[in-house]
Design a protein. Structure first.
Length: 180
């Protein structure tokens, strides 16, 4: 069925999930949570997500078309339009915040904030040795968690949108070919 395709179109997505502050704050230390949010802000994560959203959705639409022989150009256009309209950047930001809270202490997050600010001021800034070692050891896990969380959000939204389009616009799908 077409719905499976959308699980593979790993683009950012939306569900009006809980806000960044409330989703994580329930389980995290409030100071750690606030500092993780500040790190995300200082690193301009929200802006980077917004800046790349249209390209990411376009890439997801291309992947979908490769995997969906029944999908028409109209289907893709409608899917991309709805995806862009319904994407909630806060959902993605929350993934970053949760990952930072999981892998870093509050003190490490504060060091990362200072390092990020120094890096903006001077391109040759480098983190303190202990932080550099920590980054080397946990970054594959942090990035994996972020990528997986963001892909899950996009896959869920993509599947929901695909199901809606399939119901509302069956004419956007090419007829099934009968295989013997």
């Amino acid at each position: 069925m077409i719905l499976t395709l959308f699980a593979n179109a790993q683009s950012p997505g939306d569900k009006p999930a809980e806000s960044v502050d409330s989703a994580t704050a329930k389980t995290a230390d409030p100071k750690l949570h606030a500092d993780a949010i500040r790190l995300v802000e200082v690193s301009r994560t929200r802006q980077r997500i917004q800046d790349n959203l249209r390209q990411t959705v376009d890439d997801g639409g291309k992947q979908m078309m490769e995997k969906c022989p029944r999908c028409t150009v109209e289907y893709r256009g409608e899917w991309e339009k709805r995806f862009l309209e319904r994407t909630n950047i806060d959902d993605y930001v929350a993934v970053f915040v949760r990952a930072y809270e999981k892998y870093f202490t509050d003190a490490e997050i504060n060091e990362l904030i200072v390092f990020q600010k120094e890096k903006e001021a001077s391109k040759d800034a480098s983190p303190p040795p202990a932080l550099k070692e920590k980054l080397s050891s946990v970054m594959p896990s942090v990035l994996g968690e972020i990528m997986g969380g963001c892909a899950g959000i996009g896959a869920k939204l993509g599947a929901e949108i695909g199901a809606e389009i399939e119901r509302e616009h069956p004419e956007y799908l090419k007829p099934e070919t009968n295989k013997p």
